[in-house]
Every structure is written in structure tokens, then in C-alpha cells.
Design a binder for this molecule. Structure first.
Ligand code: SF4
Length: 440
């Protein structure tokens, strides 16, 4: 057993990584669903959206065949509303709050309707937004992920000239590099970034890493304000024996490789263990299976009731044939000739506070690959002078860091949340920067 790439045919790779969300094929199908909406007053779906998209309004606009209006309603609240319609855990957010759940009927497929309106806007490049004339203010944004793009778009609409410094060769951040390719395709990610930038007034400089290619102190001198939105990146270590063996990889790196190399280029084991049960763990497990691994087992130290991923995500993993071992914590990875051979886990029980406690019983999995997906740590601090909490940038209620004129938001502040939370953080950052620059 060993890691191997090129396990499948081109047709199989294409089938395994094609878009998992079937869009509405015909307008009448979207209309039927839109017309089920009760257009609730004080709509709970809107309240549960971190970006407060006016859901009943955009659904109403779809029913009146005003797709441009619907797209504007969505994108003015969430400029990444197209991508979010594909990656948001909607059963925990808008669709989970839909009143139809109380009636024990199918919730309105809000995400699918949102996709229906926004995908056309992005594909057909509808010019829904205009930019105010330049007001002479210049802002540097670090990171072209959801928080950075959202902040840049909101600032540019108000006439601020924005330069984004992005360490990768493409924009989109987590959307482009950190989410399963079958949820949001690379082509869509590129189209969404292009659409946001098409507003004008936003210059993106790629392959520019903060602290290496560009220094915060220089940006502070060259710009009127700086917005830090560089996300998170480093995978949390397991700190167990055998972690350095060949075949032990972190999920972030594994998914990054899938998103940046061709699918046949990415090596995967025959029998893979994935440690963790968050969205990243599920994305790693399902993609390992889709790359051709025979057996994939998710190992989680708590029970299904405590898992961080949604039930929908869990079902995707199960449908892909992934196995799950609940109440098991990794103890040791053993190897042969430097290559992973076994993962040894201790069985757990939960105490009264739902904390896992070891039972002493050990189980052994014969695997040739172990993927670690137990959380991420912030990147090394952009500047040691910025107040931080174990690497997470500290900000006040106005998104301001401890350095004058330097603001921050998104995953580098909160340690890693949903894409939609990052978009909202970017909006709030732009509002705070406008207040700081021009008192608006
Ligand atoms: Fe429509 Fe459901 Fe929102 Fe009510 S809660 S406005 S029915 S989507």
C-alpha cells in the first residue's frame, strides 16, 4: 500500500468533481419554488443570514421575473452571494430558519433560488453596481479572499482606490483554495472574482505575501488605511508519535493541492483515515474517495450530536462511501520504512460536560494515509506590534487594530468561520474605514 496519483480515468475524475448542486434547469421550476414562499414579515431567514440578505424580497423579485432586481438585492448585501449559495451551511442558517420547518414541510430552497439569480448575473456580467468618482483616498487590502474582496468592493463603490495584495496567484481565498472542488468549481471562483473586480477601482497584485514581498510598515506610509484579511492557514498538529511519517498530510494542504494541481496529479492512499469531523474533514474525506481511495474512514473523538459539520455534509460523506468511527481519538501513527502503516486510536466516552475521556480500549486501522483536519491556526502575525490573542488579530468595535489606520476582519480575527461571515466582516471593515477616512 502506498500513496499513488493517477488512479482514475479522465472521465471518472470529471464525473467525481463536477458540480454537486444541480441548478434549476428551467425557469418554471424556480418559479414553482419561489411561489411557495410566504414572504414572511420580519423574515427569520433574513435574520439568520450573517449578511442579512433580504430573502423574501429577492424571492418576490424572482416570482415577478425581475432577475436583475433579485441579483442586486442579494449581491448588495453579500457580494459573494453566488459562491455562498453553493458553500453556505444553509440548513444551519436561512433554510434552517424557514418557517416551513415549523410546519414540518420542505423549507424554501433559498440557496438554489439565490444561485439561480446570481449565477446569471455573474456569467452574463450584469453591471449592477456603479462606483462613485475617485475621492483620492487609497486603501491597501491584504488578501483577496471573501473578507478582502467584500471590503474592497464596498470601499471602491464609495470612490476609494483599493489595491489588494494577494499571496496566491488567484483570488477567492478559501473559496478558491480551501473548499471541495465539487461544491464550487474553479471556473466559477474565477468568474466571481472577476465580477467583483469589474466594478473598477480595485487593483489586485498577485503573488505578494505580507511580510515577505510587502511590509506592513511600508503600506502604512503609502496608503491612507490598511485592511488585514489574510485568513488562517496552518493546520493544528496532532502531537502524537508518527506524525512525521510519509503519508501524513494536513487537510488544508491536501485540498489546496487538489485545487491547484490537476486531479490526476494529487497522490492519495489506498486506505485513508481522516481525523476530525468539521467541514474541512468532510471535504478532505470525500475528495480522497473521489480521487480513487478504496477505503476512507473519518475518526472523531465525540459523537454525531457534537460534530461540527452539518448533517448534509455528513450525508455527502456517507453517500461517497466514507466510514465513520465515533468516539475515537488518535494515539499513535505507526510506520514501516518511513511510510504510514497503521493509525492507533483510543476509544472515548463523554463525561457529563461532553468532554471526551479515554477508556483505555485501543483500535488499530490499517491505513497508508492519514489526513489531519482538527482545525487551523492563524498565520504568523503580520506585525509583532499588533495586539493579538495567540495569533488572532485583536480589533475593537470599529474593526480597528492596535496600530493606527490598520483595520482587520475575517478569519485572521475570528480564527476561521464561514465564507458568509467573512463577507460580513469585510462590509463592516469598509464601513469603519470610510468613517475613519472621510467621516461617512
Ligand atoms: Fe419565505 Fe421561508 Fe423566508 Fe418565510 S422564512 S420569507 S417562507 S423563505
Amino acid at each position: 500500500m502506498s500513496l499513488r496519483n493517477n488512479r482514475l480515468t479522465t472521465e471518472e475524475y470529471n464525473a467525481h468533481f463536477s458540480d454537486i448542486h444541480p441548478p434549476f434547469e428551467i425557469h418554471s421550476a424556480a418559479l414553482v419554488e419561489a411561489n411557495r414562499c410566504l414572504f414572511c414579515y420580519d423574515a427569520p431567514c433574513t435574520k439568520s443570514c450573517p449578511t442579512s440578505i433580504d430573502v423574501p424580497k429577492f424571492i418576490k423579485q424572482i416570482t415577478t421575473e425581475n432577475l436583475k432586481g433579485a441579483a442586486y438585492t442579494i449581491l448588495s448585501a453579500n457580494i459573494m452571494g453566488g459562491g455562498c449559495s453553493k458553500v453556505c451551511p444553509v440548513e444551519k442558517l436561512c433554510e434552517g430558519a424557514c418557517v416551513y420547518n415549523l410546519l414540518e414541510e420542505e423549507a424554501i430552497p433559498i440557496a438554489k433560488l439565490q444561485r439561480y439569480a446570481t449565477e446569471r448575473a455573474i456569467r452574463e456580467k450584469w453591471p449592477l453596481f456603479t462606483r462613485q468618482p475617485s475621492n483620492g483616498k487609497r486603501v491597501a487590502v491584504i488578501g483577496a479572499g471573501p473578507a478582502g474582496l467584500s471590503c474592497a468592493h464596498a470601499l471602491s463603490r464609495e470612490g476609494v482606490d483599493v489595491t489588494i495584495y494577494e499571496k496566491e496567484s488567484k483570488g477567492g481565498g478559501l473559496m478558491t483554495y480551501g473548499i471541495a472542488a465539487y461544491k464550487v468549481t474553479p471556473q466559477f471562483c474565477q468568474e466571481e472574482v472577476d465580477y467583483i473586480i469589474s466594478l473598477g477601482g480595485i487593483n489586485v497584485l498577485y503573488n505578494m505575501q505580507l511580510g515577505k514581498d510587502v511590509l506592513l510598515e511600508i503600506l502604512q506610509q503609502q496608503y491612507d488605511a490598511v485592511y488585514l484579511a489574510y485568513g488562517v492557514g496552518l493546520a493544528r498538529q496532532l502531537s502524537i508519535a508518527g506524525e512525521q511519517l510519509n503519508g501524513v498530510v494536513d487537510a488544508i494542504h491536501f485540498i489546496y493541492e487538489i485545487r491547484t494541481k490537476g486531479y490526476p496529479e494529487v497522490p492519495v492512499g489506498e486506505s485513508v483515515a481522516v481525523i476530525g469531523m468539521g467541514m474541512t474533514a468532510i471535504d478532505a474525506a470525500t475528495q480522497a474517495k473521489r480521487l480513487g481511495a478504496k477505503d476512507v474512514t473519518l475518526v472523531y473523538r465525540r459523537t454525531e450530536a457534537e460534530m461540527p459539520c452539518t448533517e448534509t455534509e455528513l450525508n455527502i460523506a456517507k453517500l461517497d462511501g466514507c466510514k465513520i468511527i465515533w468516539l475515537a481519538a488518535p494515539k499513535e501513527i505507526t510506520g514501516e520504512n518511513g511510510q504510514v502503516k497503521q493509525l492507533v486510536c483510543e476509544m472515548m466516552r463523554l463525561d457529563e460536560r461532553k468532554s471526551p475521556v479515554g477508556t483505555g480500549e485501543l483500535i488499530t486501522l490499517n491505513v497508508d494515509m492519514v489526513i489531519k483536519a482538527t482545525g487551523q491556526l492563524p498565520y504568523t502575525m503580520a506585525s509583532p506590534q499588533i495586539d493579538n490573542d495567540h495569533g488572532k488579530v485583536l480589533i475593537n468595535e470599529h474593526a480597528a487594530t492596535s496600530l493606527p489606520g490598520v483595520f482587520a476582519g475575517g478569519d485572521c480575527v475570528n480564527g476561521g468561520k464561514e465564507v458568509v461571515d467573512a463577507v460580513q466582516a469585510g462590509k463592516e471593515g469598509a464601513k469603519a474605514i470610510l468613517q475613519y477616512l472621510i467621516g461617512e
